[in-house]
Design a protein around this ligand. Structure first.
Ligand code: IMP
Length: 193
């Protein structure tokens, strides 16, 4: 496989994933490289369904083997939501800090600290043929939002066996343990074997 397209416009995700691919000497294109800005509606009920919608769309549009990820955070004190609605949930607040405050308040009120991030990657290599690779990282909601690295919910998530939030870890440190890197590593192992 000479070329592979990563179907995402999220700059932070592209940086994280390109770093992992560089280690394996694989050439990766992103939507930016092909001047594609439109994305399909993420109407699935699960991370797997949404990832497939995006990787099928990318493959059908370009003819290049394409993978897409769909990810999010599941929070115990919110009955394991927002899940697939993570992006919309964050955007419903006036800013990220207001969202973090609300999550932390709920977590304290319900005395339920657990949370996890999940990523599903779908790889579409030909019409009607896709494969799924999953990754998960368990942890808890922090007592305060902390850190300036990463994106999204990183400032309020402390991985299991750590005492720092994901936003206090460098990209390399996050990539050593993250849900996305677990799923991407499974994808790469599939590609190189
Ligand atoms: P997407 O639909 O896969 O782009 O991700 C949905 C939302 O989940 C993102 O907008 C982020 O808010 C959140 N999210 C996904 N992955 C991460 C992560 O690695 N760290 C923090 N937030 C994330």
């Amino acid at each position: 496989m000479n070329q592979l397209l990563f179907f995402s416009n999220n700059k932070n995700k592209i940086i994280e994933i390109k770093k992992i691919f560089n280690k394996f000497n694989l050439e990766l294109l992103s939507l930016n490289d092909l001047n594609i800005s439109e994305e399909p509606e993420e109407s699935g009920q699960t991370f797997e369904e949404n990832a497939k919608i995006k990787s099928d769309y990318g493959f059908n549009k370009t003819g290049i083997p394409c993978f897409a990820d769909d990810s999010g955070i599941c929070i115990e004190s919110l009955n394991w939501k927002p899940g697939v609605l993570s992006k919309r949930f964050l955007n419903n607040f006036r800013n990220n800090e207001a969202c973090f405050e609300s999550i932390i308040k709920n977590t304290k009120k319900n005395s339920k600290q657990n949370a996890f991030f999940k990523t599903s990657i779908s790889l579409t290599v030909k019409d009607n043929h896709n494969l799924i690779f999953n990754g998960k990282i368990e942890g808890k909601i922090s007592e305060k939002a902390k850190g300036r690295f990463g994106f999204g919910y990183d400032p309020v998530f402390i991985p299991k066996n750590y005492n720092k939030t994901l936003a206090e870890l460098t990209t390399k440190e996050k990539n050593d343990i993250s849900h996305r890197s677990i799923a991407v590593t499974k994808l790469i192992n599939f590609l190189i074997n």
